[in-house]
Design a protein around this ligand. Sequence first.
Ligand code: ZN
Length: 59
Amino acid sequence: MAVPKKKTSKSRKGMRRSHDHISAPNIVYCECGEPTLPHRACSVCGTYKGRQVVSSDNA
Ligand SMILES: [Zn+2]
């Protein structure tokens, strides 16, 4: 089994992990005014691209 010759320093570990963060998701606004994720049906009114795709009992 291959074994690293040197211990990874705190500095090098930090440099490797500098790209590990995740960015905040994009927000698009539904026709009902609620913020939703892009390419997802609205969780409030159940529509996608102006079409009802999820049956909602409140509408
Ligand atoms: Zn909506």
